[in-house]
Structure formats: structure tokens, C-alpha cells
Design a protein around this ligand. Sequence first.
Ligand code: NAD
Ligand code: 0WE
Length: 257
Amino acid sequence: MSILSGKHGLIVGVANKRSISWAIAQAAAAAGARLALTYPSERLEENVRELAATLEHPVLAPCDVGSDQQIADLATTLDREFGGLDFLVHGAGFAPADALHNPFVDTSRESFRIALDISAYSLIGLTRAMMPLMEKRGGGSVLTLTYLGSQRVFPNYNVMGVAKAALESSVRYLASELGPKNVRVNAISAGAIKTLAASGIGGFSTILQVYRDRAPLRRSVEGAEVADAAIFLLSPASRAVTGEILMVDSGFHAMGL
Ligand code: NAD
Ligand code: 0WE
């Protein structure tokens, strides 16, 4: 018996085959879940459509998480297609490129607004929209993706670190409020992985090398390893776990020097 069989899940944040959200989608599908995937723009629609085509009976829907209307329409679509929802994976994150290149002290009000809106507020908005669907199923599991840059300084991570701090705090407030409805809310803090979101970052191979040199396991992490931890958090195996930030980073966070 597969651990997610009979379950319906929504995955937000697939851009291409290297996306962490895609690794989670593949693992969830292998564990028996039926999935809905979203794309944020027409530019990415074809990419996501091709990946979704490798799944069984996928639902594909637009969702720019910066739009309340698109989030509301997504809930309507999923109610029609699934009649409820068991889990939600939030893997959307974005800050304007200049905020990741310029000194942090020069972060503009607009870049701050966008980073916090797309990377942190969207978890609240999506979760709220999906609550009626999860309540229909007697509860659910919400999972987001974060990074250690929320707690410690990684040069150039800048306003994304601030957004991830807000995201992690949101995980705890949502977990507290939604627990009585049997909806659990957790995050995985993944080690550095070379995805599309990482490709715009100068010196990323140096960052990966630091993990190989210093992490207790002496290596970086792969999407499939994050996905295995995600399946735990999405499944009843974690039924007493909520408000948790699970580090999946080869132990890097444990080191001081
Ligand atoms: P990715 O580029 O594949 O995924 C980021 C996703 O965010 C993309 O699918 C993009 O379309 C989506 N997105 C951006 N703006 C959006 C919007 N307005 N509406 C909807 N979606 C939008 O890269 P990834 O590394 O898989 O990132 C996924 C998550 O994992 C992010 O939250 C990221 O911060 C986090 N994370 C990444 C790493 C890493 O090293 N790659 C480490 C820890 C955490
Ligand atoms: O969360 C991230 C990256 C998120 C991200 C990436 C981009 C690049 C392209 C958000 N917005 C944008 N905007 C763009 O225009 N990670 C965890 C990956 C990452 O980014 C870093 C890292 C790591 C790890 C930046 C500096 C240092 C380490």
C-alpha cells in the first residue's frame, strides 16, 4: 500500500525538471498521490505541461501567487477536479535580481515588498484558499521550502533571508491556528541545490563546495533527498508533527566553524 494513495495534492513551484517541487511531485506521485501542478506565467506553461504529462491524470492550472484572483480560481478548479485536498506544497520564491546583487542596505521598498509578497505572504494566501478543501478531507498537510539564510547571513541572499524568516514564522502561526482543524504546517530547510532559482546567483558552485567541505555528511543535497523528507511530512507518518522546520542539508546547519 503506497503511503499517499487515494490522496490529492497541489504542488506550486515547478519551473523545470530541476525544481525541488518537481522532485517532490515525482516522489508524491510514486507514493500514490494524484496531483495538480501550477504555472505562474504563459512563459513557463509549456515546461510544466510537459512534466505534468509524465504523471497519471494530472490537473494543470495557472497560478501567479502574487494574485488573489488566481489563487481563488485555483481553489475553484481543485474543488471541481478533486472535491477536496489532502496536501499543499508551496515552492514559490522570488526576489528582484538587483536585491540579490546590490548591498543589502540598498534594498528598495519595492524589492522588499515583492520578495515578501511572493516568497512569504503567498503561503498564507494559498493556505487560506485551500482550507475549505482540506476541511472536506478532515485535515491536511501544508509544506513549504525554506533556506538557512533566514537565520544566518549568506552574502547576497539578502532580502530573501528576510522573506524566509517571515515564511518560517508564518509556518508557526499557521500551525498554531490550523492545528485544531487537523491541518499541519511545516517547512523543509534544504541545503543549496543548483536549480533555476540558483542559476541567477553568482558563485553558486563555491557555495556548493562549502557544503562538500564542511557539512557533517561532506556533501551537498539532491532534490530527491528533499523529496523523501517531504513525503514524510505530507503523509500520516508525520501526523503529530506541525510547526516544524526540518533541516535537510547534510547537517550543515549544525556547524559553527
Ligand atoms: P525553482 O526556480 O525551480 O523554483 C522556484 C519557483 O518559484 C519557480 O517554479 C517559479 O516559477 C516560482 N515562482 C516565482 N514567482 C512566482 C509567482 N509569482 N507565482 C508562482 N510561482 C512563482 O527553484 P527551487 O530551488 O526549486 O526553489 C523552490 C523553493 O525552494 C524556493 O522557495 C526556494 O527558496 C527554496 N529553496 C531552494 C534552495 C536551493 O538551493 N535551490 C535551497 C533551499 C530552499
Ligand atoms: O531561495 C533561494 C533562491 C531564491 C531566488 C533566486 C533568484 C534568482 C533569479 C529568489 N529570487 C531570485 N530572483 C532572480 O531574479 N535559494 C535558497 C538558492 C540560493 O540563493 C542564494 C543562495 C542560495 C542557496 C543566494 C546567495 C547565497 C546563497
